[in-house]
Design a protein around this ligand. Structure first.
Ligand SMILES: NC(=O)C1=CN([C@@H]2O[C@H](COP(=O)(O)OP(=O)(O)OC[C@H]3O[C@@H](n4cnc5c(N)ncnc54)[C@H](O)[C@@H]3O)[C@@H](O)[C@H]2O)C=CC1
Ligand SMILES: CC/C=C\C[C@H](O)C(=O)/C=C/C=C/C=C\C=C\[C@@H](O)C/C=C\CCC(=O)O
Length: 145
């Protein structure tokens, strides 16, 4: 896909989770992987890369979605975390896969490279790039000033 490698550009939509954006702390490895996806996407989607590659990189963070993944959670995570996990997950309205699919289409139509989206609780997909950027900017201010 990379323009400098003879490709025509394109779009990659990476799948992360609301665990990467919220205070959920009881699934450390899962959180690490989803945070990695988020940071990888925002970094690779940056205009410096995008202007060369022509490949738009978008990250979508799903809330609890009614897929087979949810149907057998026993022994997937640390079993001691299961009760807390069950409690955390009840805070979300489980959304349909149709809502998740619509959200992916919306991000494909509207998403800028490096953008971050949330799809949760059957609500329309929301572009949260500005909020995400602002939170990062707050850390930048602390680190660089
Ligand atoms: N269901 C949910 O509530 C949420 C899911 N996600 C993420 O969405 C993504 C998809 O999850 P679901 O559709 O819910 O799960 P799922 O378990 O329903 O589907 C996962 C699919 O990945 C395939 N797969 C597994 N390992 C593979 C491999 N090594 N190579 C190729 N394919 C492989 C499986 O065969 C399966 O079809 C995951 O990254 C998950 O972490 C994120 C937030 C919420
Ligand atoms: C508390 C989470 C609530 C909502 C987040 C969101 O809906 C979500 O991402 C749901 C995920 C459900 C995942 C179910 C199974 C995952 C399987 C593996 O990929 C787990 C990987 C590592 C487990 C080890 C660990 O993190 O402790």
């Amino acid at each position: 896909m990379h323009k400098e490698k003879g490709g025509k550009g394109g779009t990659i939509i990476n799948v992360s989770s609301v665990v990467a954006l919220t205070k959920i702390v009881n699934v450390p490895i899962y959180s690490a992987t989803k945070s990695g996806v988020l940071k990888f996407s925002t970094s690779l989607g940056n205009h410096l890369h995008y202007s060369r590659s022509g490949v738009r990189i978008i990250c979508i963070c799903f809330g609890v979605t009614n897929t087979p993944l949810l149907r057998n959670l026993h022994n997937v995570f640390d079993t001691s975390a299961e009760p807390l996990l069950a409690k955390e997950m009840k805070k979300f309205r489980t959304q349909s896969v149709e809502s998740a699919a619509k959200a992916v289409i919306e991000t494909y139509k509207q998403g800028a490279s490096g953008s971050v989206w949330i799809s949760t609780s059957d609500k329309p997909a929301m572009d949260v790039t500005n909020t995400y950027d602002k939170s990062v900017q707050m850390f930048d201010d602390y680190v660089y000033n």
